[in-house]
Design a protein around this ligand. Structure first.
Ligand SMILES: [Zn+2]
Ligand SMILES: [Zn+2]
Length: 331
């Protein structure tokens, strides 16, 4: 099978032929139909997360079908499944026992500690595979597995805030905007300076307002989620939320947050991060997605063009989500 392998820190992905992996006890082998490209993959490539091993097959927004079953599994061959970032938890630590498996001390993550979906086949622990709704199709479902899931978890952390700001209008924000609109919230989109395409994209998805990140929105926000990995947005977002409002940092990595006057946090503003996902987040969100319904905007690349897809994500030229489709031409 073909995989795209990261063989050194800050390297490029190299196409390699490998033998088909055999599923062990409790594991499923999945034929990958689509794998979305996440900003976290760039952090893995750039060695910005601790302990990235090499060689590694990245990719943690996987849609595919069960192709072979290890001992003790129950999913039928041919079943469509999603494989998200959370690939293993211990079930014993205080976080696992406290219903916070996203914080498990011994968690392992797909496309980070476990080879992921930039491949024709992958192997996953059945307990962490998610059943997918019938719609949408594979390429459009793939971004739901991280951009959607983490976005959903981040949105949950804002409570019922009626006026919501989204900083960085990429894959996660374009899904959260649809979910928030469905819940009757107003959405304010903050885009890069001069990014007219992102502004129009946000307005097309029903946002109330779209503008540059540094600009104060026309009304104070009740909450904001920062998806861009830019620490300088933290004081900017705190400025934009009202007293008692919440700012959620939705990414796994962020550049340093500059120091700022305490007055920006004063007034019981809350600043928090969101880490990973629980399986319950996955089940809840995937039930909700077809009800909205969420339409993901995707641009597809063949698996062998993973480096090009990552470069496009890095340069901010992808509207919505970038998705790798094994065996397909670019579209
Ligand atoms: Zn991700
Ligand atoms: Zn644990």
């Amino acid at each position: 099978m073909l995989v795209m392998s990261l063989n050194a820190p800050r390297g490029v992905l190299v196409p390699e032929e490998r033998p088909l992996p055999q599923p062990g006890p409790g594991e499923l082998r999945v034929k990958v139909h689509a794998c979305a490209v996440c900003r976290t993959d760039l952090h893995v490539m750039d060695d910005e997360l601790p302990g990235v091993r090499h060689p590694l097959v990245p990719g943690h927004e996987i849609v595919g079908v069960v192709d072979a079953r290890g001992p003790g599994t129950s999913a039928p061959v041919g079943m469509r499944v999603g494989i998200p970032w959370l690939g293993y938890t211990c079930g014993r630590c205080e976080h696992c026992r406290g219903d916070r498996e996203n914080l498990c001390d011994h968690a392992r993550f797909t496309g980070y500690q476990i080879d992921g979906g930039y491949a024709e086949y992958t192997v996953a622990d059945e307990r962490f595979c998610l059943a997918l709704p019938r719609e949408p199709d594979d390429a459009h479902a793939a971004p739901l597995l991280c951009a959607g899931l983490i976005g959903y978890r981040a949105l949950s952390m804002t409570g019922d805030a009626p006026r919501l700001g989204l900083y960085g209008f990429g894959a996660a924000a374009h899904i959260v905007a649809q979910l928030a609109r469905h819940q009757g919230r107003e959405v304010y989109a903050f885009v890069r300076r001069g990014d007219e395409a992102a502004t129009q994209f946000a307005m097309r998805l029903g946002c109330t307002w779209a503008g540059e990140a540094g600009v104060r929105p026309p009304r104070a926000l009740d909450a904001a989620i920062i998806f861009a990995p830019a620490g300088e947005l933290v004081p900017v977002a705190l400025d934009a939320v009202r007293k008692g409002g919440t700012v959620v940092c939705g990414g796994i990595h962020m550049s340093d947050i500059p120091s700022f006057p305490y007055a920006k946090l004063w007034g019981e503003r809350v600043l928090r991060s969101v880490a990973n996902l629980t399986r319950r987040d996955g089940e809840e969100f995937l039930r909700l997605a077809p009800q909205v319904p969420i339409h993901t905007e995707v641009r597809t690349w063949p698996l062998t063009a993973a480096n090009e897809a990552l470069a496009a994500l890095r340069s901010g030229t992808v509207a919505g989500a970038a998705v790798l489709v094994p065996g397909h031409a670019a579209g």
